[in-house]
Design a protein around this ligand. Structure first.
Ligand code: FAD
Length: 433
């Protein structure tokens, strides 16, 4: 009987340390240096942030998403989930712990598919927290559907020449290198005709046309770039994995990235629930505390129920990844966690905002940021609708059609069969009447 919902006491001690550290050391960075977590550290920030990273290393909690051979701790996904659900409270915390998106996913694919030279050049500094990376896949005309991608690399001598557009390439402006997914063979199925390249950010021809901002950020000062690749020349050695391997690599990357977002989202939703409860216990109106009003109790109970279902499902999915070591095999559940995530965060943050009254809607409370974050979670790494199709297809694989006019569970037929089976006893019963 191996089901177990208890955290090993030694690791729990570490998690307790993380909880206090994130509240005391990382959350203040969110307020004092908002939105600067993906910028290279200047002298001031280096003085503040490097000792925190050192402390995390001393605790053996640096870059826990990768195995020891790659400079991580090799904790696996379940332990990472328990850690990430705490880090999710703060924007700076993943940076301080060396496990921030999109760098974790990027590090993972270089670790899996990179040559020793590529690992030395890109992976090591990424793991050391010295540089940032950019995953450049989405295109303006073909976001959720990679079969529409047109950004192209053509072989010229011993070089590949990249031309085309990419959109929403997060952190392009601060990244040291880009992982670019491009068409290398338009004559075969897109699933075999695309490849990935590792491209240093200072390669001539990489033009950041716009730095698209999210809601609340100044226009053109955001982190999600529209990039025009114009005659960008890279050597053959820039190819990540084999030619035509981009789809398989993308699945590895996005599988990990999606579940890591879900882990962090638990932390953010929990923060909203904590704030909701604190307010309900502190605010008195119409003769009683908000916490004593049944509508408010309903909101708290609904939020707790949603959060717990989500949390247990994410932990279960993380456990599955550790068990099977195969993202493809766990694809259905990763997609399911991805589907649930925006709704859980949206609903809990929305209720927390409502319970805070007018104050909840202001820029003096973080609820709208969370609600906007829920919207982002429904799109980044693929829209909810596409993931629903994935889940439905996988669920349907375990089912078969039934011949005939009536479904297999049609009661009259089942009842007739059951009665025929027990006819002897049923006749006896009738005879006894
Ligand atoms: C904050 C943020 C960061 C991101 N970072 C990156 C990054 O670093 N690198 C990168 O490459 N990309 C990144 N993306 C892009 C992200 O992967 C795309 O937004 C996503 O794939 C959807 O593409 P799209 O926005 O063009 O939407 P579209 O493809 O235009 O889809 C729009 C809507 O149409 C519907 N729809 C689409 N397809 C289907 C379908 N098959 N069936 C039913 N309905 C459908 C859905 O409602 C969907 O929301 C990021 C996005 C966000 C929001």
């Amino acid at each position: 009987m191996a089901w177990d919902f208890e955290t090993d006491p030694e690791y729990q001690k570490k998690l307790d340390w993380v909880d206090a550290f994130v509240r005391e050391e990382c959350e203040p960075l969110d307020l004092a240096f908002p939105g600067r977590q993906f910028e290279p550290l200047d002298d001031t920030l280096r003085k503040i942030v490097n000792p925190l990273k050192e402390e995390v290393r001393r605790q053996g909690l640096w870059a826990t998403h990768l195995g020891p051979e790659l400079g991580g701790q090799g904790f696996g996904q379940l332990k990472l989930a328990l850690l990430n659900e705490i880090l999710g409270r703060s924007q700076w915390a993943p940076i301080v712990f060396g496990c921030q998106a999109p760098d974790t996913g990027n590090a993972e694919i270089i670790a899996h598919f990179g040559t020793p030279e590529q690992k030395e050049k890109y992976l090591q500094p990424l793991l050391d927290g010295e540089i940032f990376s950019c995953y450049s896949m989405t295109e303006p005309q073909g976001g959720a559907d990679p079969t529409q991608f047109t950004c192209r690399a053509v072989k010229e001598g011993d070089q590949w020449v990249i031309n085309g557009w990419k959109y929403f390439s997060s952190n392009a402006k601060t990244a040291s290198f880009f992982i670019v997914m491009v068409v290398t063979n338009p004559d075969v199925s897109p699933y075999r005709g695309m490849s990935m390249f590792l491209v240093p950010a200072d390669t001539p021809g990489i033009n950041i046309v716009r730095n698209v901002g999210l809601f609340g950020e100044p226009i053109n000062e955001g982190a999600h770039a529209l990039v025009h690749y114009e005659d960008v020349r890279v050597p053959e050695s820039a190819l990540l994995g084999g030619e035509g391997q981009a789809f398989a690599i993308a699945q590895t990357r996005l599988g990990g990235g999606r579940i890591h977002h879900a882990m962090r989202t638990i932390g953010l939703a929990k923060k909203a629930l904590d704030m909701m409860c604190e307010r309900a216990l502190s605010r008195r109106t119409a003769g009683s505390l908000l916490a004593e009003k049944q509508f408010v109790q309903g909101m708290i109970a609904d939020s707790y129920a949603q959060l717990m279902q989500f949390r247990l499902f994410v932990l279960y999915t993380a456990w599955e990844i550790d068990k099977y070591q195969d993202y493809k095999r766990v694809r259905k559940d990763i997609a399911t966690a991805k589907i649930i995530m925006p709704t859980v965060l949206h609903d809990i943050a929305w209720r927390a905002m409502q319970i805070h009254g007018a104050l909840g809607t202001t820029n003096e409370m973080p609820f709208f940021q969370m609600i906007h974050g829920a919207g982002v979670m429904g799109l980044a790494d693929g829209p909810t609708e596409v993931h629903k199709m994935t889940v439905a297809k996988q669920v349907l694989r375990d089912h078969r059609p039934h011949d005939g006019m009536w479904p297999s569970e049609w009661l009259p037929a089942k009842q007739e069969a059951a009665r025929a089976r027990y006819a002897q006893y049923l006749e006896h019963e009738v005879g006894n009447l």
